[in-house]
Write a protein that binds this ligand. Structure first.
Ligand code: SF4
Length: 396
């Protein structure tokens, strides 16, 4: 067993104390200190503080007693992020059960989201989305409502801000914002910052692969200056496990997963990072990293940079504005995201369902010349090859 495996197994098993160098490092590797809580930061100009680590609620939890949610809550992760659509509505339902078990709504922060597209992308659809989230969670109010996965700034335009103010006055939501995964995130964030109010927080893709993105950094600066809370998602920037291992990440203090989170928290413009913690071991690992006072060393940052460079060809950044205009209607970024769900998260059924739901024109690449799209890809992804892999595993 090498040192890296040893650190990982130590986290998973909660053993092996005192053998790992500096005290802070040993603490991070073995788990959170007894009685410790995840530190908190102010969420933009909301006046609220939130833990720097947030519980991602994409899955259906155990609706009898979910150990993962309860353990995270005990350790200070009292913010849960979910959405109307997650697990076909089951995620909200099981989080509702957990909220009842906690017993005091005010001790928790619950964010939910709804994807508004087509005829639903109206203020009325917004109101309906909020009501459906409240009903799904069986609660009276949301601490935050996010327009989910938006690509159109109209969804935080004057009509929607007016509606959000009405919903706030009615006590249905406390704060309003949006989440954005793909393509034009930097533009959307810059536009929200320019409005000078109305958007309380934004959740966006941010990880060690994106440090050098100039437009994104400018948008982050602008949001920070405008008092918009910033929540990072997709912090692990996943590639399949064998590729993640190419760098043989070595650290006295952190596992690779912990280091990726620390890299995000090292950026003080970011208020919190959301993580879909699917088991208690992951809660132990992530909360330990959040509580550790040890900062990432230059050497650890360099290893992450190297990992980003060596695995770029297997990680789609979602910048679809670069490739898709050259791909005759293909939905390349969505397809590669679904492939990632299968390859990295093992969520094959979900990935297949999403892939099947794409219109045929959006996934049938056989007669399309993808050379220009491939040349435009900053990650050097061999697009035709990856789309073929996606078709192979997601239509089986
Ligand atoms: S395939 Fe490349 S260009 Fe297209 S979205 Fe992914 S990273 Fe961006």
């Amino acid at each position: 067993m090498d040192r890296r495996d040893f650190l990982k197994n130590t986290v998973a098993g909660g053993v092996g104390l005192g053998m790992l160098g500096a005290a802070g490092g040993a603490q991070a590797a073995q788990g959170p200190a007894p009685g410790g809580k995840v530190p908190r930061r102010q969420l933009g100009a909301t006046g609220a503080d939130v833990p720097i680590l947030l519980m991602g609620g994409t899955q259906k939890f155990d609706d009898r007693y979910d150990k993962t949610l309860h353990r995270a809550f005990e350790l200070g992760v009292d913010y849960i992020d979910t959405a109307r659509e997650y697990a076909q509505g089951q995620a909200q339902k099981t989080i509702g059960t957990f909220m009842k078990q906690v017993g005091d709504r005010k001790k928790m922060w619950v964010t939910s989201k709804a994807t508004l597209v087509g005829a639903d992308a109206t203020p009325e659809g917004f109101r309906t989305g909020v009501d459906q989230c409240l009903e799904g969670l069986e609660t009276d109010y949301l601490d935050m409502f996010f327009m989910h996965m938006i690509t159109d700034e109209r969804l935080f335009g004057p009509d929607f801000i007016r509606t959000s103010e009405e919903l706030k006055k009615a006590g249905k939501i406390r704060f309003f914002g949006f989440s954005c995964h793909d393509g034009n995130s930097a533009e959307l964030m810059a536009a929200a910052a320019k409005m000078g109010g109305g958007v309380d927080a934004i959740m966006f893709r941010y990880n060690f692969r994106e440090y050098g993105d100039v437009a994104l950094n400018k948008a982050i600066d602008a949001c920070k200056a405008a008092g918009i809370g910033l929540i990072a998602m997709k912090t692990q920037a996943s590639v399949p496990a064998d590729l993640d291992a190419v760098v043989e990440f070595r650290s006295q203090d952190f596992t690779l997963g912990q280091a990726k989170l620390k890299a995000v928290w090292a950026d003080e413009r970011i208020d919190a990072a959301v993580s879909a913690m699917t088991n208690v071991n992951l809660v132990t690992e992530n909360t330990a990293a959040a509580m550790s006072p040890v900062k990432l060393s230059m050497n650890e940052f360099m290893q992450l940079n190297r990992l980003a460079a060596l695995t770029a060809h297997a990680h789609c950044l979602g910048c679809k504005q670069r490739c898709e205009p050259r791909a005759n209607g293909l939905r390349i970024a969505d397809t590669l995201r679904y492939l990632m769900y299968h390859e990295c998260y093992g969520e094959t059924d979900e990935a297949r369902a999403l892939y099947r739901a794409l219109p045929r024109k959006a996934r049938d690449f056989k007669a399309i010349d993808l050379s220009e799209a491939t040349a435009a890809c900053p990650q050097g992804i061999r697009i035709a090859e990856r789309l073929a892999q996606a078709r192979h595993v997601l239509t089986a």
